[in-house]
Design a protein around this ligand. Structure first.
Ligand code: KIV
Length: 253
């Protein structure tokens, strides 16, 4: 799809019923995100989420979605060493995931390479990586200064060399998202990264205006415009496809 210039739509999912609606709509990918700690469990960040939580929800989503590429998040400290990553990725793949997602840059090179060599497809995640919220001092836009922006482009290239097949960019300036998307040959999916990436991902609760707390600036309530879930998902996919979502009002400079 990247080489054909077709935009990729993806969304988080945590249970079989929503997964079926997304699958029926032709969603290209679903993520069992560790965002479940916030939107399902009501925690203030993603750190309390365990590998068993993600495995449980991955199994639920797989039971509702037979067609869509299913990505499962490796939660905080579940991939601190390559060996830990292998054991924990096995649990997610056995629960029905097609790919696992890890947050971080160059330090993950050996872990990613080892996972790929062991037949586990990997998605990277750069920018505002929520598992590092305590290092960032809050959920803040990343890569605004030149040095950090250049380091992020290098990280993306390193992750591609290690073997990732997909990259998520979260909450970074649109210009940086464009530089990273152009610098790698794998598809790049953005959330709060402007409409310049190869596709988008949203947390499903944000896309339907039912988030715990306030809806982030980069998201949009598609349900309010459509009145039913299937039409909201169709509208989201349509606006991703024609590049009208995200607009400048959902993006960062
Ligand atoms: O956990 C999650 O839902 C995510 C997305 C925001 C990309 O990582």
């Amino acid at each position: 799809m990247k080489s054909a210039g077709e935009k990729i739509s993806s969304i988080t999912a945590y249970d079989a019923s929503f997964a079926r609606i997304f699958d029926d709509a032709g969603m290209h990918a679903m993520l069992v995100g560790d965002s479940l700690g916030m939107v399902l469990q009501g925690e203030s960040d993603t750190l309390p989420v365990t590998i068993d939580d993600i495995a449980y929800h991955t199994r639920c989503v797989r039971n509702g979605a037979s067609k869509t590429l299913l990505i499962a998040d490796m939660p905080f400290m579940s991939y601190a060493t390559p060996e830990q990553a292998y054991d924990n990725a096995a649990k997610l793949m056995q629960a029905g995931a097609n790919m696992v997602k890890v947050e971080g840059g160059e330090w993950l090179f050996d872990t990613i390479k080892g996972l790929v060599e062991r037949s586990v497809p990997v998605c990277g995640h750069l920018g505002l990586t929520p598992q590092s919220v305590n290092v960032f001092g809050g959920f803040k836009v990343q890569g605004r200064d030149n040095e950090k922006a250049l380091a992020m482009v290098e990280d993306a290239k390193k992750l591609e060399q290690a073997g990732i097949q997909l990259l998520v960019l979260e909450c970074i300036p649109t210009e940086l998202a464009k530089a990273i998307t152009d610098a790698v040959s794998i598809p790049v999916i953005g959330i709060g990264a402007g409409n310049v990436t190869d596709g988008q991902i949203l947390v499903m609760h944000d896309a339907m205006g039912i988030s715990f707390g306030k809806i982030p600036k980069f998201s949009k309530n598609f349900l309010i415009e459509t009145g039913n879930i299937a039409s909201a998902i169709e509208l989201y996919m349509q606006q991703v496809s024609d590049g009208t979502f995200p607009g400048p009002e959902h993006s960062f400079k």
